[in-house]
Design a protein around this ligand. Structure first.
Ligand code: FAD
Length: 496
């Protein structure tokens, strides 16, 4: 008997789950509130320019290899490895630092600020690598049936890593390096988790190992949206239908199962099983009305920083800039400590700039350039009024012009600014939080919202706010974990 699954949401987690379940013989249909697939991994088009809307690179490329192998399909896009990985500019410093994977080249970048750098980074990365290999299969790559099972599994992590659960990533930097620049640059990975290095446990230095040693960073030839386009083509071949502009708002239940979900137009969506790719914590509260996930309870959780994103289409090429660039200042600790709660003015922010047309020439007309700027900002709990978004964006563009000597304002043909309210509205990101639930140790593994519903037997979750966590490779792992659960509960469906 064929079993029908409805996947709610077409983020990378939803799309990958649809692929895996269709491979296992399930009939899959998808509903999506936005007008285009991809969720945060989306595309923006304006005035002849294209922009990858949010993710601009990813790590753990082997997770995509695993996905296509599992789904018996060819790789639908081409990876481009980044090396150097990114450049970092400090305010008031004429030079910038290029971050190479080759440690000898990297040591040359820091020769004037961090004596004996190569020895120090080698020692630091060795310890970070041990954490990665000792925890990956225990914490990231598996399902947990209960908190007890998770905690028992944690006891198999070598005890030597335990102290790093209790002190911060910044402290780990201080233990290994002396210069401000090196400590700041290698603690930027804390922001990839959506937090700051001062409140991210030192165990997450494992991310330094993944960026510099284990697999590095990649983007995709032709733009990140090629990931979505490639998967969509494959889903189309498999007859998976996607219904856009369809937002789920309520549900009906029968005998301990979900019988249907209902969209804003009143249409009922019926299936044997449902997989929710909308935020796993928000959905339980807003749609299923669970008191444990009420607005009050959700607000008390830790959420990752919200994005303020700027998309610029320029009438000229930008000289002397690398593809990925961080623009930082010298008040790192003060800024990191205050930005979350909106306790510092946004007139001198930290931000990231991606010259998208450098690797993807088709994104901009000949001789022109498209730029993506991301500035992490407080979420909607701490700053509700975003009428000043244009003013903040203009300040960033001016700062970028001053620091690079290229007048971005004067060359702008197209400009779009998205603030946390837009992000919440477009993809249902809770309070506009960009990466979903934070990764504090009490919000990961067995503590994170589960990928199988607590009450309804036929309801599952995939994506950034369920296990294992946020980021593109993590959502691909999430799709494998939820598929494993579904397969264990409901089996493989024989092909018709
Ligand atoms: C600005 C920014 C930059 C980022 N940069 C990177 C990066 O460089 N590298 C990286 O690896 N990761 C990056 N990330 C994180 C990455 O984008 C996410 O972790 C990942 O895309 C999440 O995928 P997902 O499948 O969990 O969910 P989403 O992408 O959020 O998809 C969920 C989908 O569900 C839909 N939906 C929600 N509610 C409903 C409803 N009620 N009814 C119907 N549909 C609904 C949404 O519209 C959405 O399409 C970035 C994120 C942001 C915001």
């Amino acid at each position: 008997m064929q079993k029908k699954v409805i996947v709610i949401g077409t983020g990378l987690g939803g799309l990958s789950t649809a692929l895996r379940l269709s491979t296992r013989g399930y009939e899959v249909e998808m509903v999506e509130k936005y007008h285009r697939a991809g969720g945060r991994l989306n595309l923006l088009e304006k005035g002849g320019f294209k922009f990858d809307m949010a993710p601009t690179f990813f790590s753990m490329s082997y997770e995509f290899e695993e996905l296509v192998k599992d789904c018996n399909m060819p790789m639908p896009f081409e990876f481009v490895e980044l090396d150097p990985l990114y450049s970092v500019h400090f305010e008031g410093d004429q030079r910038s630092y290029l971050i190479y994977k080759d440690l000898k080249k990297l040591a040359l970048e820091f020769q004037n600020v961090e004596p004996d750098f190569e020895r120090k980074i080698t020692r630091f990365l060795k310890a970070a690598g041990q954490i990665f290999h000792d925890t990956e299969n225990i914490v990231i790559q598996r399902n947990f049936d209960s908190l007890t099972q998770y905690l028992l599994k944690l006891t198999t992590v070598p005890i030597k890593h335990a102290p790093k659960m209790f002190y911060s990533m910044w402290r780990e930097m201080e233990r290994n390096f002396d210069s401000f620049e090196v400590k700041v640059i290698f603690s930027l990975v804390g922001f990839f988790l959506g937090a700051t290095p001062f409140d991210t446990p030192a165990v997450y230095t494992l991310l330094n190992y993944t960026e510099l040693v284990h697999d590095g960073y990649y983007n995709v030839k032709g733009g990140m949206y090629k990931i979505v386009e490639g998967i969509l083509q494959e889903l189309q071949k498999r007859g998976v239908q996607i219904h856009y502009n369809t937002e789920i708002v309520s549900f009906s239940k029968k005998d301990g199962e979900i019988s249907s979900f209902t969209d804003t137009s009143g249409k009922e969506w019926k299936a044997d099983l449902f997989v929710v790719n909308a935020d796993a914590a928000w959905f339980r509260g807003a749609i299923l009305k669970r008191p444990e996930f009420s607005v009050q309870k959700l607000d008390a959780k830790k959420w990752t920083l919200a994005p303020l994103t700027i998309y610029l289409g320029l009438d000229a090429k930008v000289p002397n800039m690398y593809h990925h660039n961080y623009f930082l200042r010298r008040n790192f600790e003060e800024y990191a400590g205050k930005i979350f709660k909106n306790k510092i003015k946004l007139d001198k922010p930290y931000y990231y700039v991606n010259i998208q047309s450098m690797h993807n020439p088709d994104y901009a007309p000949e001789g022109k350039e498209c730029i993506f700027i991301l500035c992490p900002v407080p979420d909607l709990r701490y700053k509700q009024d975003w009428r000043d978004d244009d003013e903040i964006a203009d300040g960033i563009i001016q700062d970028l012009s001053d620091r690079t000597g290229f007048d971005f304002h004067a060359h702008t043909e197209v400009k779009v600014v998205l603030n946390p309210e837009h992000w919440e509205e477009m993809f249902g990101l809770y309070r506009g939080s960009g990466l979903g639930l934070a990764h504090d140790l009490n919000q990961v593994g067995g503590f994170r919202p589960k990928n199988k519903d607590e009450k309804f037997n036929n309801l599952y979750y995939v994506g950034a706010s369920t296990i294992p966590g946020t980021g593109l490779p993590m959502t691909v792992i999430s799709s494998r974990l939820v598929t494993e659960r579904i397969q264990n509960d409901h089996g493989i469906v024989p092909k018709k």
